[in-house]
Design a protein around this ligand. Structure first.
Ligand code: NAP
Ligand code: MG
Length: 503
């Protein structure tokens, strides 16, 4: 099938963009090289996408540098207006974007429609509104002086995003950066480039000046590395694995660029004996099985009080087994494929890891057979670990794979929750107010959810500690990350005694 047939079969009305977006235009890579992007439902090829190399990164940086003076000095309200227009265009093209995202990533279409696309639109809208509300300060210094701060854009920023939420994560990165007046060179993940190219098209339609945003699909080790090393890129914002995060930090050392890292996680989701059991069961299923568990904040460790563990699992296991796996474009599908075959195999390998350390598979643990055998599917998988030190209780699996652990008392629950090198998101289910706030305070975690899980909002800071990285996306914190402070001193009517008095 050619590209037009593939688009038609997926219900798309507009052409699939498959070139680099540099200086306001879709162009081939300098080398002419391409890479395929696949549909994880059956591993069929969707499109051959231009593959950026270092030469394309250089062109994109030049375009961004040229656009920077005008964009950064434009009235903040006018920058905001373009982002607001983009948010409207995303809503106007919601179905198109949802289908494209599901085709390329395997997200169930109901999730793409209900979550990925609306969350992307609200992120651009939130930061569109923020553009002219984020301001400097006046500081009360010595009498006679006026001291104030300017919040200046960092400059040309590099952004590298992973494949698990391509549409949403590009908005988390691009919206605050643009609102603050930066220009962007962004590399989507090599296996999921399509939705960010569609956003580039909508940005142009929204009136984004040429060169402000450049989108470069390509390999992490080539285009990503070139962005991280580039000496005229002033900041790199990265979301991905902890191992790559470390490489980014090393590559950034040449010009000491600012670094922001959103890395892996191993979220503890603790259910106490006094919790509302049904709410906790539902919340725990959402925490791990949404997006096939491919979420850095997934509740991938289910930490149950031993008194309620059996009752909890009696409800949780049948719920997991009842989740409908299927073609992401089918509106009845509740769980799609993982985003690549390689990743599916990695997730399945953890079933063997679990067994080798005395873990017990309570449900799932296999790839489904039949119609779905050619895709990257994994059954919802529940495994009881033999203890918190097991690899399945420490390492990020990043799939529909939840590790069950039990505890006797609050002290043990906290010890288990804080026992990994990560510190991103975690949750707890209890009706004890004091316990809830004590855990919220004591959990080593950038985000804590009480009687809910995995809530995100453009106003609420998102990020972690430890091996989960540093810096925050969303909210005012994101605007701070994408600006630098300049302090300005004015002598209004200060009497300055001469320091070097001479007769
Ligand atoms: P990854 O392998 O680290 O890749 C992330 C991105 O980095 C991709 O675009 C990748 O390009 C690129 N990359 C690879 N090597 C690079 C290099 N040497 N220099 C510059 N860029 C490079 O991560 P992933 O497997 O795609 O994503 C899953 C991970 O992301 C998980 O660990 C997950 O927890 C984490 N994550 C964190 C958050 C958060 O907010 N904390 C959110 C979502 C996901 P390629 O596409 O070519 O590999
Ligand atoms: Mg794909």
């Amino acid at each position: 099938m050619d590209l037009a047939d593939i688009a038609q079969a997926a219900g798309l009305r507009t052409p699939i963009r498959h070139q680099l977006f540099i200086n306001g235009r879709f162009v081939d890579a300098q080398s002419g090289e391409t890479m395929p992007t696949l549909n994880p439902h059956d591993n069929s090829r969707i499109a051959d996408v231009a593959m950026a190399g270092a030469a394309d990164v250089e062109l994109a940086v030049q375009a961004a540098e040229a656009a920077l003076p005008k964009w950064s000095r434009m009235a903040a309200m006018d920058r905001g207006r373009i982002l607001l227009k983009l948010a409207d265009l995303i809503e106007g093209n919601a179905e198109e974007l949802a289908r494209l995202e599901s085709l390329d990533t395997g997200h169930p279409i109901r999730d793409s429609r209900m979550l990925d696309v609306p969350r992307t639109a609200v992120t651009y809208r939130y930061f569109g509104g923020m553009a002219d509300k984020f301001q400097g300060e006046q500081i009360p210094v010595e009498v006679g002086f006026l001291n104030y701060t300017l919040r200046e854009p960092v400059g040309v920023v590099g952004q590298v995003v992973p494949w698990n939420f391509p549409l949403m994560f590009t908005s988390w990165k691009m919206a605050p950066a643009l609102a603050a007046g930066n220009c962007i060179v962004l590399k989507p993940a090599e296996i999921t480039p399509l939705s960010s190219l569609k956003i580039a098209e909508l940005m142009a339609e929204a009136g984004m000046p040429e060169g402000v945003v450049n989108i470069l699909p390509g390999l992490g080790t080539v285009a990503g590395q070139a962005i991280a090393e580039h000496d005229r890129i002033s900041k790199i914002a990265f979301t991905g694995s902890t191992a790559t995060g470390r490489r980014i930090v090393q590559a950034s050392a040449g010009n000491l660029k600012k670094v922001q890292l959103e890395l892996g996680g191993k979220g503890a989701n603790i259910v106490f004996e006094d919790a509302n059991l049904l709410a906790a069961v539902n919340g725990a299923a959402w925490a791990i099985f949404h997006n096939q568990g491919q979420a850095c904040i997934a509740g991938s460790r289910l930490v149950l009080h031993e008194k309620i563990a059996d009752a909890f699992l009696e409800k949780f296991i049948p719920l997991a087994r009842s989740i409908r796996l299927g073609n992401p474009l089918d509106p009845h599908t509740e769980m799609g494929p993982l985003t690549s075959l390689q990743h599916r195999d990695r997730v399945l390998s953890y079933v063997e890891v679990a067994r080798s350390q005395g873990g017990e598979v309570l449900s799932g643990g296999k790839a489904p057979t039949g119609d779905l055998a050619n895709g990257c599917y994994v059954e919802p998988t529940i495994v009881r670990a033999s203890g918190w030190r097991d690899r399945i209780a420490q390492e990020e699996v990043f799939g529909p794979f939840v590790t069950v652990l039990t505890f006797k008392d609050d002290q043990e629950a906290l010890q288990i929750a804080n026992s990994t090198e990560y510190g991103l998101g975690g949750g707890l289910w209890t009706n004890n107010l004091q316990r809830a706030h004590k855990f919220a305070r004591d959990m080593k975690s950038g985000m804590v959810w009480i009687n809910c899980y995995k809530r995100v909002n453009p106003g609420s800071p998102f990020g972690g500690s430890g091996m989960s990285g540093y810096g925050r996306e969303m909210g005012f914190d994101a605007m701070r990350e994408y600006t630098q402070v300049k302090s300005i001193w004015v002598n209004v009517d200060a009497q300055i005694a001469p320091h070097y008095a001479r007769p």
